[in-house]
Design a protein around this ligand. Structure first.
Ligand code: GDP
Ligand code: MG
Length: 178
């Protein structure tokens, strides 16, 4: 049988604007179409994609939302929060500010989202770890531990841990649903 499952991808930058170039759109395109774009444009409104994922003997149809997060889309934002079973909370390991503002997003999530939503914290752009890293892996790990989240560093560019991030979330969602 096929079960539906809605997941969203979120980040927050210094202005509270969610479209902060941490790699949300590229994580989505890598996972759903195995594509990466070096010069992707800022997301306007909402983008979404589907992928079917097998968990045990079940097929889960994941609908994944990627939003720009601007204020004018607030109505869309609160309605998709209500239906979302999981959220990928993304920061950019090469820009400290994208990590510092995660607490703001968690606050928003706990205000609008359901209490058993599965959250995976993702530090993206791990391919740049040796050159321009500004957030240590330990910082990501301790925030995740403090907030009770799963944590992974990913690279949408080099396709590292992208599959694992979505797979671990969907497996946990499946455990909650069944
Ligand atoms: P969004 O605004 O969060 O949706 O971010 P995008 O997916 O549009 O990506 C913003 C920029 O970061 C683009 O230039 C991407 O090519 C780049 N980017 C995204 N993911 C990675 C990654 O894993 N590694 C590197 N080096 N660049 C990335
Ligand atoms: Mg985007």
């Amino acid at each position: 049988s096929v079960q539906d499952c809605t997941i969203m991808i979120k980040s927050v930058d210094a202005d509270g604007d969610g479209d902060s170039a941490v790699g949300k759109s590229n994580l989505l395109s890598r996972f759903s179409r195995n594509q990466f774009q070096l010069d992707s444009k800022p997301t306007i409104g909402v983008e979404f994609a589907y992928r079917n994922i097998r968990v045990g003997d079940k097929l889960i149809k994941a609908q994944i939302w990627d939003t720009a997060g601007q204020e004018r889309f607030r109505a869309i934002t609160s309605s998709y929060y209500r239906g979302a079973l999981g959220a990928l909370l993304v920061y950019d390991i090469t820009r400290r500010v994208t990590f510092e503002n995660l607490k703001r997003w968690l606050h928003e999530l706990r205000e609008y989202g359901s209490s058993d939503m599965v959250i995976v914290l993702v530090g993206n752009k791990s391919d740049l770890a040796n050159s321009t890293r500004e957030v240590n892996i330990e910082d990501g790990q301790s925030l995740a531990q403090l907030e009770g989240l799963s944590f992974l560093e990913t690279s949408a560019m080099e396709n590292l841990n992208v599959e694992e991030a979505f797979q671990s979330m969907i497996t946990k969602i499946h455990e909650i649903m069944s």
